[in-house]
Design a protein around this ligand. Structure first.
Ligand code: PLP
Ligand code: COI
Length: 356
């Protein structure tokens, strides 16, 4: 299917709510733009997609997604450039990951061209919601969920694919404090950790809450079997810097979400001649490095959080402090580079910006 044959119905909102946005006091993900996208799957095929005013949807009390969790999502962002264009960062990567998540959860895949065009058109219609305020962007949330009206467990025959968007500022307002988790588990080999499945997030809330009571922002997940290897942190992939090298857990096992931010960070670093290692990362290695002062940097990478430098790593009863942010020249430089590229201040040499 080519983009020219994709034809969405469009119903515009009568009034825009954009002027009511309190930009200086914007909670993450609570304010939504004027329109949303909806496309249904039934009878073995995708029906015509529609862009419509943002509104509630009704559901049958037996809607299968809420009973059995056939529900996946994505997260990506649109940025306003200095010359007033709108760019979406690497949506093709999200399209592919969305399809992989769908497959794992036994759901129909949304064709990449439809996924991309639905996002592009929706952001185009709500482009006045993409601000050029520094640090802000339009968060785009595509999601797919099962809508069979049935309390029997089987792959649903019907689905809704939706996209909503939300103007956002920074996810973390300060360097993050994370705690290495050695009891609870996010994902096990053979499970659904690689999929962006809704249930992964529901399951993380209780363990995360325990560390938040102790003053941390998020957990660092370790492998389910031995809790010896580091996997990822909250809704971010994790990267360490030791001896000038960037080190990050390998995504070979299917327990880690294959993050687009981390992939981009590592590609940039490699281009700059930085040595990059993606391999198993022992908890012990990181704890030792933090204690003997050789852990130069650690940061989380994710769409919502962008690059979130880590201030403190909690390990058992210890709080290991990382070096001051000013000295973290590599992650500071990568962060600035990515911001500048997304907002068109420098050349998009990797071709990652998708123009709306
Ligand atoms: N890991 C998890 C569990 C996530 O939810 C996210 C956020 O999307 C990431 C990693 C980072 O992925 P990305 O950079 O594609 O946003
Ligand atoms: C993202 O970074 O897109 C996420 O998935 C985080 C989200 C749960 C707020």
């Amino acid at each position: 299917m080519s983009v020219s044959t994709i034809n969405f119905s469009i119903q515009k909102a009568e009034n825009s709510k954009v002027n009511a946005v309190e930009w200086d006091n914007l909670p993450f993900g609570k304010v939504f733009s004027d329109h949303m996208f909806l496309m249904e799957y039934a009878d073995g095929e995708w029906k015509q997609g529609a862009i419509m005013p943002f509104q509630n949807i009704s559901m049958h009390p037996a809607m299968s997604a809420i009973h059995y969790g056939q529900s996946i999502f994505e997260g990506l962002k649109a940025y306003r450039t200095d010359n007033n264009e709108v760019n979406i960062f690497r949506p093709d990567m999200n399209a592919k990951r969305f399809a992989e998540s769908a497959k794992r959860m036994c759901m129909p895949e949304v064709p990449e061209e439809i996924f991309m065009e639905a996002i592009r058109k929706l952001v185009e219609i709500d482009s006045n919601w993409v601000t050029n305020r520094p640090g802000y962007s339009l968060y785009i949330r595509p999601y797919l969920f099962a809508t069979d009206e049935l309390v029997g467990i089987k792959p649903s025959d019907k689905y809704k694919f939706m996209i909503i968007t939300s103007p956002v500022g920074m996810y973390y307002s300060e360097p993050v404090r994370v705690k290495i988790e050695e009891h609870y588990t996010r994902a096990a080999i053979g499970g659904v950790g690689r999929a962006k499945a809704a249930g992964n997030y529901g399951a993380s809330l209780y363990p995360a809450k325990q560390c938040q009571i102790e003053g941390f922002h998020q957990l660092v997940w370790t492998d389910a079997k031995e809790h010896k290897y580091i996997e990822e942190s909250g809704t971010m992939n994790i990267v360490f810097q030791i001896g000038g090298r960037l080190i990050s857990p390998t995504e070979d096992a299917d327990t880690i979400l294959r993050g687009i931010t981390k992939r981009s960070v590592l590609e940039v670093a490699k281009k700059w001649g930085v040595e990059v290692e993606e391999r198993k990362v022992l908890v012990e290695e990181i704890v030792t490095a933090a204690k003997n002062g050789t852990l130069e940097d650690a940061f989380g990478a994710g769409t919502a959080a962008t690059i979130a430098q880590i201030a403190i790593i909690g390990y058992r009863d210890e709080r290991l402090e990382l070096p001051p942010l000013e000295g973290r020249t590599l992650s500071n430089k990568i962060k600035a580079y990515m911001d500048d590229m997304k907002t068109g201040r420098i050349d998009d040499e990797f071709g990652w910006n998708y123009k709306v």
